[in-house]
Ligand binder design. Structure first.
Ligand SMILES: [Zn+2]
Length: 391
């Protein structure tokens, strides 16, 4: 990486980003503590905080008693939730989901639309279909005003498959469309709102860090694993998901865990985890091709408990390998099959642990809200940009 200097506007933006991030993650924090945490002078923090209060992004949230000093009170700051809105979009084989949140990440409304392949009424081109589907949903969520006029500050999109996040392009996703599809530019152009796009699992890992109780006690290394309909993962270090040199990091589902099995339609290998445990594979096995992954797991446990145990063993093997590679603080398992039933415990019990101080837990995210990933991505980018003024 090339060394690059910082000029004054860069520094200001960077320091505003630091303040917004810290206020968001702690939920409320006083000016002195901000200065201490960010290594800035109290005067610099005061100038930037006053600026952010004037712009309506921050507000004073009452007083708190300072630790260790009797009677000393300090004024806590928090993000003003109603200062703006965020649009999150989730695109996968099952649906296009559009969700509206406030600046604190609270969900204000959700709309589910059919998957891209069935959105022919919106046009022939994939990007055209997505733009018009999102427009229909935001029209219902925001009313007649344009997103820009309705206070939307940023839009984030999580989409399955390989994504070039820097350019906002879905590079490879044969399950949704043929060839690369540019998404960020057409959406930003249509709505007049800055738009970021990333892989859906990387975006959901961000949501785990920014929108759940993990916020404020961010694990140093989080391995986030999604199950249903396939298997995906994201590795985050210090709160930043690593995309890989070719945007293909986290393909836990396509690591090989068995010598035999069906040929994987995505990676072409035999014995990769996804080829053995995906909804497609279980649907064929159980002659229930359209069932959801949690129903299939439940049915497998009822009909063939030894196959259910084998599924948990394959999953545990892949997780054990990933833990050896990454040495995470926390492994979060996301998806409806982990919310109820014995699958989570069956897998966690089988992961070979070499006295490793690594927590395996259920994700705190609701699997029915995949667009939360897009919302977290938008929030992160808005903060990173220093909280720029709306259009
Ligand atoms: Zn595969």
């Amino acid at each position: 990486m090339k060394a690059r200097g910082w000029n004054a506007p860069d520094l200001r933006k960077r320091n505003r980003a630091g303040i917004l991030n810290l206020v968001h993650s702690t939920r409320n924090i006083a000016r002195n503590d901000l200065a201490l945490e960010l290594g800035l002078t109290r005067a610099s923090v005061t100038i930037l905080v006053n600026e952010l209060i004037d712009e309506g992004l921050l507000e004073e949230a009452g007083t708190q008693i300072a630790e260790g000093r009797v009677g000393r009170r300090k004024i806590a700051l928090r993000i003003r939730p109603e200062a703006g809105r965020i649009i999150g979009v989730g695109i996968d084989q099952e649906r296009v989901q559009v969700l509206l949140t406030d600046l604190a990440g609270s969900v204000l409304g959700v709309r589910d639309l059919p998957p891209p392949a069935t959105l022919a009424r919106y046009g022939d081109e994939p990007a055209e279909r997505i733009v018009h589907a999102v427009a229909e949903a935001t029209g219902e969520l925001l009313g007649p005003a344009s997103p820009c006029k309705a206070g939307v500050l940023w839009m984030g999109v999580g989409v399955t498959g390989r994504v070039d996040a820097e350019h906002g392009i879905s590079v490879r996703e044969p399950r949704l469309w043929n060839g690369p599809v540019s998404l960020a530019d057409p959406l930003a152009l249509h709505f007049g709102v800055p738009t970021s796009v990333d892989n859906n699992v990387r975006a959901l890992a961000l949501a785990e860090l920014l929108l759940t109780e993990a916020r404020g006690s961010e694990p140093a290394g989080l391995l986030f694993v999604k199950y249903g309909p396939g298997v995906g993962a994201s590795w985050t270090v210090g709160g930043v998901p690593w995309a890989g040199a070719h945007n293909r990091s986290g393909e836990l589902g396509h690591t090989v865990v068995a010598a035999e099995g069906p040929v994987c339609p995505y990676c072409g290998r035999v014995g990769c985890l996804e080829s053995l445990v995906s909804a497609r594979t279980l649907g064929i096995r159980l002659a229930r091709p359209r069932s959801k992954i949690e129903e299939l797991c439940h049915a497998l446990l009822e009909i063939a408990p030894e196959e259910f145990a084998q599924l948990a063993s394959w999953f545990a093997l892949a997780l054990g390998n990933a833990i050896e590679l990454y040495d995470p603080t926390t492994v979060a398992l996301y998806g409806a099959p982990f919310r109820s039933g014995p699958l989570f415990d069956e897998i966690a019990d089988r992961v070979e642990s070499n006295e490793r101080p690594c927590e395996i837990k259920r994700s705190n995210l609701d699997p029915e809200l995949p667009a939360l990933g897009g919302a977290a991505l938008a929030l992160e980018r808005f903060f990173l940009a220093g909280g720029p003024k709306p259009c």
